[in-house]
Ligand binder design. Structure first.
Ligand SMILES: C[S@@+](CC[C@H](N)C(=O)[O-])C[C@H]1O[C@@H](n2cnc3c(N)ncnc32)[C@H](O)[C@@H]1O
Length: 221
């Protein structure tokens, strides 16, 4: 079925959904949320359909630099993509599960894992719908994917003592990518406020001349 977003190719999912919600409210359209997921899936499968690893094969430096602070065990990589972080954790002895909407990303993640001689569990799912089981993970990572309603779910899904590692762009990144949808950018200091109930052990905001992002490492008491 044709997605309504293909009618508005320059609209983001958020703007498109907002418009559809309005039309739905006034009785013109019935929204099927799977349209939005199909749109995301198709877009990411297309982007990942290249041999190059778009986000690289190495973990983000913030994860690499702090891996010794992470309790060993089960790790969940939300919006895993091509696997750069999840595969790194697997090489460090974590049992890693990745969740992502894109099968094409997972194909590359599994190839990277095979190359490094480690295993991953991969779950193709829309994070807007996915239920994360509570008190299950020692580590949860989520990088360069901002869905604000995931944060309470991440806190709930960690075991006591478990650690979340989150990194994504802030509004300061607009100077490098002016057309980026601001809805998916963190405000300055916002990441400090999103992991309610967790203790922040490390936090940074970086502007390295190419990108501006924030990173947090926070522990469930
Ligand atoms: C910018 S990439 C980041 C990938 C990875 N975390 C990294 O840092 O390399 C964003 C990822 O979010 C995934 N994604 C987008 N919408 C999603 C959704 N609704 N549910 C699950 N994954 C989604 C995409 O497939 C893509 O792999």
């Amino acid at each position: 079925m044709k997605s309504p977003f293909s009618l508005f190719p320059n609209f983001s999912r958020t703007v498109g959904l907002g418009l559809l919600s309005l039309l739905s409210f006034v009785g013109f359209v019935a929204i099927d949320p799977s349209w939005a997921a199909e749109e995301d899936k198709a877009r990411w499968n297309k982007k990942y359909d290249t041999e190059t690893y778009l986000f690289g094969r190495d973990p983000i430096p913030f994860l690499k630099d702090h891996v010794d602070l992470l309790p060993k065990g089960a790790a969940l990589d939300l919006a895993m993509g091509e696997g750069r972080n999840g595969v790194f954790l697997a090489t460090k002895g974590f049992q890693v599960t990745g969740v992502d909407i894109s099968e094409a990303g997972f194909k590359k993640a599994r190839a990277l894992a095979a190359e490094k001689g480690v295993k991953l569990t991969t779950v193709v799912a829309d994070l807007e719908q996915y239920t994360i089981p509570p008190n299950t993970y020692d580590v949860i990572i989520c990088t360069y994917f901002l869905q604000r309603d995931l944060f309470p779910k991440i806190a709930a899904a960690l075991k006591p003592g478990g650690v979340a590692v989150i990194e994504t762009y802030t509004v300061d990144n607009l100077q490098y990518r002016p057309t980026f949808n601001k809805a998916f950018l963190l405000e300055r200091n916002e990441l400090l406020t999103l992991l309610t109930g967790l203790r922040v052990l490390r936090y940074q905001e970086v502007d390295n001349g190419n990108a501006a992002f924030a990173s947090v490492l926070a522990q469930k008491p």
